[in-house]
Design a protein around this ligand. Structure first.
Ligand code: URA
Ligand code: SF4
Length: 253
């Protein structure tokens, strides 16, 4: 929570759920970025996704569509997830900042992405904090320096620590990598390499996820064998509901 000044904290609803947060974020005035943007772009994905991806802020297409990572960076991200054996529909995708910040190019009037300031990231962070608190992902991937620093502190350097599993209060681990837009902007002679390394980091995240799950299943099996956990008849598991706006109705929040 920001310690002084305006922030999204003033707009967090009582007893938040993802649905309530999404609705409240649509009217957020926690900083000035809402003024130039079309709409708030809140996170989306299954309410209890095991993997959360955090980007920087919506881009031009996301601002128009009201959904994160639907433009060129999102397409590269989807490709990387698929290469890592992950299905985007099972991932919760969000951004450190929920409104598009841009400058207009003089001649073409095109809207060009502008990096959010540290104060804007701080102002917007309560939304992200609540998303993490409710979704409780096992692994978080921070895409680029803005997301990585929002989660791991201003001193964090993606160039030095990318791909590493960083234990944190948000998830154990958080893994930082480059932003897919940085891959797309890379000079053509190094772009393929940048893409390969980005995909490698996503694969690392996928294998962390897999080993965490395997460990948890092992622990459960051992506990069951020792009779410590009564074997409950499992409720039929509903398939994850990708892109739904409501939190999982089975979970009291
Ligand atoms: N870049 C981001 O960081 N987030 C988006 O949603 C789109 C592009
Ligand atoms: Fe609120 Fe974040 Fe938008 Fe600023 S960028 S107005 S804090 S939602």
């Amino acid at each position: 929570m920001a310690t002084s000044g305006r922030s999204a904290a003033d707009f967090i609803p009582p007893r938040p759920t993802l649905a309530k947060l999404r609705e409240a974020a649509a009217h957020c005035r926690g900083c000035d970025l809402w003024k130039g943007a079309t709409q708030t772009v809140f996170g989306e994905g299954p309410a209890h996704a095991r993997l959360m991806l955090v980007g920087e802020q919506p881009g031009d297409q996301e601002d128009k569509a009201g959904r994160p990572f639907v433009g060129p960076a999102g397409r590269l991200l989807d490709e990387g997830l698929a290469a890592a054996g992950l299905d985007r529909r099972q991932v919760y995708v969000t951004n450190a900042v929920k409104h598009f910040k841009f400058v207009r190019k003089e001649l073409t009037r095109r809207r060009l992405h502008k990096k959010p300031t540290a104060a804007e990231v701080r102002a917007c962070r309560p939304w992200l904090e609540w998303e993490i608190r409710l979704v409780k992902p096992r692994v978080i991937v921070a895409l680029g320096a803005t997301a990585a620093q929002a989660l791991l502190g201003a001193k964090f350097r993606v160039t030095e620590q990318r791909g590493k599993a960083i234990p944190s209060e948000w998830a154990d681990p958080v893994i930082a990598t480059v932003h897919p837009s940085a891959v797309l902007r890379a000079p053509s002679e190094v772009r393929e390499g940048a893409k390969r390394e980005f995909f490698e980091d996503l694969k690392r995240a996928a294998s962390h996820l897999e080993s965490l799950e395997r460990r948890q299943q092992g622990t459960k099996a051992v506990a069951r064998a020792a009779g410590r956990v009564p074997r409950l008849r499992r409720e039929p598991r509903l398939p994850p509901k990708p892109w739904t706006r409501d939190p999982d109705p089975r979970v009291r929040q």
